[in-house]
Design a protein around this ligand. Structure first.
Ligand code: GLV
Length: 324
Protein backbone atom coordinates (compact mmCIF):
# COMPACT_ATOMS: atom_id res chain seq x y z
CA UNK A 1 0.00 0.00 0.00
CA UNK A 2 1.31 3.43 -0.86
CA UNK A 3 2.71 5.47 2.00
CA UNK A 4 3.77 9.06 2.34
CA UNK A 5 7.18 9.56 3.85
CA UNK A 6 8.72 12.89 4.76
CA UNK A 7 12.50 13.21 5.06
CA UNK A 8 13.54 16.33 6.97
CA UNK A 9 16.79 16.84 4.98
CA UNK A 10 18.78 15.17 2.24
CA UNK A 11 20.29 11.79 3.13
CA UNK A 12 22.27 9.44 0.85
CA UNK A 13 20.28 8.31 -2.16
CA UNK A 14 20.51 4.65 -1.27
CA UNK A 15 17.90 5.13 1.49
CA UNK A 16 15.54 7.14 -0.68
CA UNK A 17 15.81 4.49 -3.42
CA UNK A 18 14.77 1.71 -1.02
CA UNK A 19 11.65 3.68 -0.08
CA UNK A 20 10.77 4.63 -3.66
CA UNK A 21 11.20 1.05 -4.86
CA UNK A 22 8.44 0.12 -2.44
CA UNK A 23 6.18 2.59 -4.22
CA UNK A 24 6.18 5.05 -1.35
CA UNK A 25 5.93 8.77 -2.03
CA UNK A 26 9.05 10.32 -0.57
CA UNK A 27 9.20 14.08 0.00
CA UNK A 28 12.64 15.36 0.96
CA UNK A 29 12.98 18.86 2.38
CA UNK A 30 15.00 20.47 -0.43
CA UNK A 31 16.82 22.94 1.83
CA UNK A 32 20.24 22.03 3.18
CA UNK A 33 19.95 24.26 6.26
CA UNK A 34 18.76 22.76 9.54
CA UNK A 35 14.96 23.14 9.64
CA UNK A 36 13.44 24.76 12.71
CA UNK A 37 10.68 22.90 14.49
CA UNK A 38 8.24 25.43 13.00
CA UNK A 39 9.44 24.56 9.50
CA UNK A 40 9.09 20.83 10.17
CA UNK A 41 5.59 21.41 11.44
CA UNK A 42 4.68 23.42 8.36
CA UNK A 43 5.96 20.61 6.09
CA UNK A 44 3.93 18.07 8.04
CA UNK A 45 0.78 20.16 7.69
CA UNK A 46 0.98 19.93 3.90
CA UNK A 47 0.20 16.23 3.57
CA UNK A 48 -0.97 13.22 5.54
CA UNK A 49 2.39 11.61 6.17
CA UNK A 50 2.67 8.05 7.48
CA UNK A 51 6.30 8.17 8.58
CA UNK A 52 9.01 10.77 9.03
CA UNK A 53 12.73 10.23 8.65
CA UNK A 54 14.33 12.73 11.02
CA UNK A 55 17.86 13.88 11.74
CA UNK A 56 19.51 14.42 15.10
CA UNK A 57 19.16 18.19 14.62
CA UNK A 58 15.33 17.97 14.54
CA UNK A 59 13.46 18.60 17.75
CA UNK A 60 10.62 16.13 17.69
CA UNK A 61 8.20 16.38 20.60
CA UNK A 62 4.51 16.61 21.34
CA UNK A 63 4.12 19.82 19.33
CA UNK A 64 5.09 17.84 16.25
CA UNK A 65 3.07 14.78 17.23
CA UNK A 66 -0.04 16.91 17.68
CA UNK A 67 0.01 18.48 14.23
CA UNK A 68 0.72 15.19 12.46
CA UNK A 69 -1.56 12.54 13.95
CA UNK A 70 -1.26 10.41 10.80
CA UNK A 71 2.47 9.82 11.43
CA UNK A 72 2.87 6.51 13.21
CA UNK A 73 6.62 6.14 12.87
CA UNK A 74 9.65 8.41 13.28
CA UNK A 75 13.03 7.00 12.29
CA UNK A 76 16.06 9.01 13.36
CA UNK A 77 18.97 8.96 10.95
CA UNK A 78 21.46 8.66 13.83
CA UNK A 79 22.58 6.40 16.62
CA UNK A 80 21.56 8.92 19.28
CA UNK A 81 17.90 9.86 19.64
CA UNK A 82 17.93 12.47 22.41
CA UNK A 83 16.30 14.91 19.97
CA UNK A 84 13.04 12.94 20.11
CA UNK A 85 10.71 12.80 23.10
CA UNK A 86 10.36 9.03 23.01
CA UNK A 87 8.13 8.87 26.10
CA UNK A 88 5.63 11.35 24.63
CA UNK A 89 5.70 9.32 21.40
CA UNK A 90 5.00 6.12 23.28
CA UNK A 91 2.01 7.68 25.11
CA UNK A 92 0.51 8.34 21.68
CA UNK A 93 1.33 4.89 20.29
CA UNK A 94 3.94 6.34 17.95
CA UNK A 95 6.95 4.14 17.22
CA UNK A 96 10.45 5.65 17.25
CA UNK A 97 13.47 3.89 15.78
CA UNK A 98 17.08 4.89 15.20
CA UNK A 99 19.77 3.86 12.70
CA UNK A 100 22.69 2.45 14.67
CA UNK A 101 24.90 1.41 11.77
CA UNK A 102 27.69 -0.97 12.57
CA UNK A 103 29.95 1.14 10.38
CA UNK A 104 29.01 4.13 12.50
CA UNK A 105 30.64 2.66 15.60
CA UNK A 106 33.67 2.04 13.45
CA UNK A 107 33.77 5.59 12.12
CA UNK A 108 33.17 7.23 15.50
CA UNK A 109 35.82 5.05 17.13
CA UNK A 110 38.31 5.98 14.41
CA UNK A 111 37.49 9.67 14.80
CA UNK A 112 37.95 9.38 18.56
CA UNK A 113 41.39 7.89 18.10
CA UNK A 114 42.18 10.57 15.50
CA UNK A 115 41.30 13.30 18.00
CA UNK A 116 43.46 11.63 20.64
CA UNK A 117 46.39 11.43 18.25
CA UNK A 118 45.89 15.05 17.13
CA UNK A 119 46.09 16.15 20.75
CA UNK A 120 49.10 13.96 21.51
CA UNK A 121 51.06 14.87 18.38
CA UNK A 122 49.84 18.49 17.99
CA UNK A 123 49.07 17.96 14.31
CA UNK A 124 46.50 20.75 14.07
CA UNK A 125 48.74 23.33 15.75
CA UNK A 126 51.61 22.27 13.48
CA UNK A 127 49.43 22.56 10.38
CA UNK A 128 48.39 26.12 11.29
CA UNK A 129 52.02 27.02 11.97
CA UNK A 130 53.20 25.77 8.57
CA UNK A 131 50.35 27.48 6.69
CA UNK A 132 51.11 30.74 8.50
CA UNK A 133 54.62 30.60 7.01
CA UNK A 134 56.20 30.31 10.44
CA UNK A 135 58.21 27.14 9.81
CA UNK A 136 61.88 28.07 9.56
CA UNK A 137 63.42 24.60 9.79
CA UNK A 138 63.62 21.64 12.11
CA UNK A 139 64.05 22.37 15.78
CA UNK A 140 64.47 19.90 18.65
CA UNK A 141 62.02 21.90 20.73
CA UNK A 142 59.24 22.55 18.21
CA UNK A 143 55.72 21.30 19.08
CA UNK A 144 56.76 18.69 21.58
CA UNK A 145 53.82 16.40 22.17
CA UNK A 146 53.38 13.11 23.92
CA UNK A 147 53.26 9.43 22.95
CA UNK A 148 50.03 7.53 23.42
CA UNK A 149 51.84 4.19 23.71
CA UNK A 150 52.33 3.37 27.35
CA UNK A 151 49.65 5.85 28.43
CA UNK A 152 46.34 5.04 30.09
CA UNK A 153 42.99 5.62 28.43
CA UNK A 154 39.92 6.03 30.61
CA UNK A 155 36.68 5.16 28.86
CA UNK A 156 33.37 6.38 30.21
CA UNK A 157 30.91 4.07 28.48
CA UNK A 158 31.96 0.91 26.68
CA UNK A 159 29.08 0.10 24.38
CA UNK A 160 29.58 -0.52 20.67
CA UNK A 161 31.69 2.61 20.16
CA UNK A 162 33.59 2.64 23.47
CA UNK A 163 34.40 -1.06 23.01
CA UNK A 164 35.95 -0.39 19.61
CA UNK A 165 37.93 2.58 20.92
CA UNK A 166 39.29 0.25 23.62
CA UNK A 167 40.44 -2.22 20.96
CA UNK A 168 42.23 0.40 18.87
CA UNK A 169 43.79 2.02 21.93
CA UNK A 170 45.06 -1.35 23.10
CA UNK A 171 46.67 -1.86 19.68
CA UNK A 172 48.38 1.50 20.11
CA UNK A 173 49.94 0.20 23.30
CA UNK A 174 47.63 1.91 25.76
CA UNK A 175 46.38 0.56 29.05
CA UNK A 176 42.58 0.66 29.37
CA UNK A 177 40.51 1.66 32.37
CA UNK A 178 36.75 1.94 32.06
CA UNK A 179 33.62 2.75 33.91
CA UNK A 180 30.10 1.85 32.80
CA UNK A 181 26.70 1.05 34.25
CA UNK A 182 27.44 -2.60 33.48
CA UNK A 183 30.69 -4.55 33.66
CA UNK A 184 32.11 -5.27 30.19
CA UNK A 185 33.58 -8.74 30.55
CA UNK A 186 34.61 -8.87 26.92
CA UNK A 187 37.02 -5.94 27.12
CA UNK A 188 38.23 -7.14 30.51
CA UNK A 189 39.08 -10.55 29.07
CA UNK A 190 40.27 -9.58 25.60
CA UNK A 191 41.95 -6.25 26.28
CA UNK A 192 42.86 -6.59 29.92
CA UNK A 193 40.71 -3.53 30.65
CA UNK A 194 40.29 -2.61 34.30
CA UNK A 195 36.87 -1.69 35.66
CA UNK A 196 36.46 1.39 37.87
CA UNK A 197 33.25 1.74 39.86
CA UNK A 198 32.77 5.43 39.00
CA UNK A 199 34.22 8.34 37.02
CA UNK A 200 35.63 9.59 40.34
CA UNK A 201 37.79 6.48 40.62
CA UNK A 202 38.81 6.51 36.97
CA UNK A 203 39.60 10.17 36.29
CA UNK A 204 42.66 10.70 38.52
CA UNK A 205 44.38 7.63 37.04
CA UNK A 206 44.26 8.26 33.30
CA UNK A 207 46.08 10.27 30.62
CA UNK A 208 43.21 10.40 28.15
CA UNK A 209 39.47 10.37 28.90
CA UNK A 210 37.00 9.46 26.17
CA UNK A 211 33.23 9.73 26.53
CA UNK A 212 30.87 7.18 24.99
CA UNK A 213 27.57 7.58 26.81
CA UNK A 214 24.13 8.55 25.51
CA UNK A 215 22.71 11.90 26.60
CA UNK A 216 20.37 11.19 29.52
CA UNK A 217 19.43 13.17 32.64
CA UNK A 218 22.07 11.12 34.44
CA UNK A 219 24.84 11.93 31.93
CA UNK A 220 24.14 15.66 31.40
CA UNK A 221 27.24 17.53 32.66
CA UNK A 222 28.77 14.23 33.69
CA UNK A 223 32.09 16.00 33.12
CA UNK A 224 31.83 19.10 35.26
CA UNK A 225 34.17 21.34 37.25
CA UNK A 226 34.61 18.74 39.98
CA UNK A 227 35.48 15.99 37.52
CA UNK A 228 37.84 18.17 35.48
CA UNK A 229 39.72 18.99 38.66
CA UNK A 230 40.09 15.28 39.35
CA UNK A 231 41.94 14.75 36.06
CA UNK A 232 45.72 14.96 35.82
CA UNK A 233 46.97 18.38 34.61
CA UNK A 234 48.66 16.47 31.76
CA UNK A 235 45.47 14.65 30.73
CA UNK A 236 43.32 15.15 27.63
CA UNK A 237 39.53 14.90 27.26
CA UNK A 238 37.86 13.65 24.08
CA UNK A 239 34.13 13.89 23.45
CA UNK A 240 32.49 12.28 20.42
CA UNK A 241 29.26 11.43 22.25
CA UNK A 242 26.88 14.33 22.91
CA UNK A 243 27.87 17.91 23.73
CA UNK A 244 25.86 18.41 26.93
CA UNK A 245 27.68 15.47 28.56
CA UNK A 246 30.40 18.07 29.22
CA UNK A 247 29.83 21.35 31.06
CA UNK A 248 31.43 23.50 28.40
CA UNK A 249 31.93 26.57 30.59
CA UNK A 250 33.79 24.46 33.13
CA UNK A 251 35.84 22.91 30.33
CA UNK A 252 36.77 26.32 28.94
CA UNK A 253 37.96 27.38 32.39
CA UNK A 254 39.90 24.14 32.84
CA UNK A 255 41.65 24.49 29.47
CA UNK A 256 42.46 28.18 29.93
CA UNK A 257 43.90 27.57 33.37
CA UNK A 258 45.67 24.33 32.46
CA UNK A 259 43.63 22.30 34.93
CA UNK A 260 43.86 19.73 32.12
CA UNK A 261 46.21 19.69 29.12
CA UNK A 262 43.77 19.72 26.25
CA UNK A 263 40.52 18.55 24.70
CA UNK A 264 39.21 17.19 21.43
CA UNK A 265 35.54 17.85 20.76
CA UNK A 266 33.33 16.69 17.92
CA UNK A 267 30.14 17.71 19.74
CA UNK A 268 29.18 20.86 21.62
CA UNK A 269 26.89 21.73 24.46
CA UNK A 270 24.95 24.34 22.49
CA UNK A 271 25.45 22.91 19.03
CA UNK A 272 25.94 24.42 16.49
CA UNK A 273 27.04 27.34 18.69
CA UNK A 274 30.57 27.12 20.02
CA UNK A 275 31.69 29.69 22.54
CA UNK A 276 34.25 32.15 21.18
CA UNK A 277 36.32 31.45 24.31
CA UNK A 278 36.74 27.79 23.32
CA UNK A 279 37.61 28.69 19.74
CA UNK A 280 40.42 30.98 20.88
CA UNK A 281 42.23 28.26 22.81
CA UNK A 282 45.27 26.51 21.33
CA UNK A 283 44.94 23.36 23.43
CA UNK A 284 41.71 22.19 21.84
CA UNK A 285 40.89 20.42 18.58
CA UNK A 286 37.40 21.03 17.21
CA UNK A 287 35.54 19.08 14.54
CA UNK A 288 31.97 19.84 13.37
CA UNK A 289 30.08 16.72 14.56
CA UNK A 290 31.54 14.57 11.80
CA UNK A 291 32.70 11.53 13.75
CA UNK A 292 30.33 9.23 11.86
CA UNK A 293 30.71 11.05 8.53
CA UNK A 294 32.35 8.34 6.45
CA UNK A 295 30.88 7.35 3.12
CA UNK A 296 30.38 3.79 4.27
CA UNK A 297 28.64 4.82 7.48
CA UNK A 298 26.33 7.38 5.96
CA UNK A 299 25.16 4.89 3.31
CA UNK A 300 24.64 2.17 5.89
CA UNK A 301 22.68 4.56 8.11
CA UNK A 302 20.42 5.46 5.16
CA UNK A 303 19.82 1.77 4.43
CA UNK A 304 19.04 0.95 8.04
CA UNK A 305 16.69 3.92 8.44
CA UNK A 306 14.84 3.07 5.20
CA UNK A 307 14.61 -0.62 6.08
CA UNK A 308 13.12 0.25 9.47
CA UNK A 309 10.37 2.13 7.62
CA UNK A 310 9.79 -0.70 5.15
CA UNK A 311 9.66 -3.31 7.94
CA UNK A 312 7.12 -1.24 9.84
CA UNK A 313 4.77 -0.87 6.89
CA UNK A 314 5.16 -4.49 5.80
CA UNK A 315 4.08 -5.70 9.23
CA UNK A 316 7.49 -6.68 10.60
CA UNK A 317 8.91 -5.20 13.78
CA UNK A 318 11.59 -2.67 12.85
CA UNK A 319 14.92 -3.82 14.24
CA UNK A 320 15.84 -0.58 15.92
CA UNK A 321 12.80 0.53 17.90
CA UNK A 322 13.91 2.67 20.84
CA UNK A 323 10.61 3.22 22.64
CA UNK A 324 9.01 -0.25 22.82
C1 GLV B 1 25.71 10.91 15.56
O1 GLV B 1 26.04 11.69 16.41
C2 GLV B 1 24.76 9.86 15.78
O2 GLV B 1 24.13 9.80 16.86
O3 GLV B 1 24.60 9.04 14.86
Amino acid sequence: MSKNIFVTREIPDIGIKILKEKGYTVDVNPKSSIPTQKQIISFLRKKQYDAVLTLLTDKIDKKVFEVAPSVKLYVNYATGFDNIDIAAAKERGIVVANAPADMSSEAVAEHTIALMLCLATRIVEGDKFVRAGKYKGWSPMNFIGTDVAGKTLGLIGTGRIGGRVAKYAKNLGMKILYTDVNRNEQIEKELDATYCDSPDTLLPQVDFVSLHVPLLDSTRHLINEKHLKMMKPTAFLVNTSRGPVVDEKALEFALKNRVIAGAGLDVFEFEPKISSGLKKLQNIVLTPHIASASNETRDQMAEIAANNIVDFFEGRTPRNIVNS
